[in-house]
Design a protein around this ligand. Structure first.
Ligand SMILES: [Zn+2]
Length: 229
């Protein structure tokens, strides 16, 4: 099956959630410690009334890529210009990005909760990796070689390639006992726990950790009040 057929067929089955809040794709907290997990975290509260999606337009994908350093300044400006003039290469950037993101989140959530990832999600990441490598060059560096993608002009793979390969690298070589899902209500963000004793529980203690702590305190106070004679 052609890649474009695969993406357009699969994306049509995905729920599309929009929010009135402005997208924060270009300023989100990067707490995943793996670029693929930060990409998964461009949406939060999946399946809840608090669902927030920061990738709602192709330009949001570019803003995120620039924010995390996947695209440099010049390549980012070029990508924006190509999107604005409806360049055919970038027409399916958003559906491809969403499909890859939801597959990464689905796999990460399954691993973090001790479940088997969906075959379709694994297939999506594998196909995105194939597409990424087909567009990449092997470039010498001071200490070896690395994958690089065109930046003048950039391609959709220049953005999605590093994300797809980051996901595959994590699944193939990462210590998966450190792949976790934030315990915060309406969050669902994923992160790679780099603490010494693998004890991190929250995307951000100052956000979800404290929110959960005050919720527990509120429940304790309500319980104590109901116990009063
Ligand atoms: Zn959280």
């Amino acid at each position: 099956m052609e890649l474009t057929q695969f993406f357009s067929r699969s994306i049509s089955t995905m729920p599309r959630i929009y929010s009135d809040n402005p997208s924060r794709a270009g300023s989100l907290h990067l707490i995943g410690d793996v670029v693929a997990l930060d990409f998964a975290n461009t949406s939060s509260g999946r399946g809840s009334s608090q669902h927030l999606d920061h990738l709602r337009e192709p330009l949001h994908v570019v803003a995120w890529a620039h924010h995390v350093g996947v695209l440099g300044d010049a390549a980012s400006v070029q990508a924006q210009a190509l999107i604005e003039k409806n360049d055919p290469a970038f027409r399916d950037l958003l559906p491809r990005a969403l499909m890859l993101r939801e597959a990464i989140h689905g796999i990460g959530e399954s691993v973090a909760t001790g479940n088997t990832p969906r075959q379709a999600d694994l297939r999506t990441v594998a196909i995105a990796c194939a597409s990424a490598i087909a567009a990449a060059d092997l470039t010498p560096t001071d200490d070896g070689f690395r994958w690089t993608w065109p930046t003048d002009p950039p391609l959709p793979e220049t953005i999605l390639g590093p994300v797809a390969l980051s996901a595959a690298g994590l699944l193939r070589e990462g210590d998966l006992s450190r792949l976790k899902k934030c315990g915060g209500e309406h969050c669902g963000w994923l992160f790679f726990d780099l603490t010494k004793n693998n004890s991190r529980r929250w995307c951000d203690m100052a956000v979800c950790g404290n929110r959960q702590k005050s919720k527990r305190n509120r429940q304790r106070r309500t319980f104590a009040a109901s116990e009063e004679p």
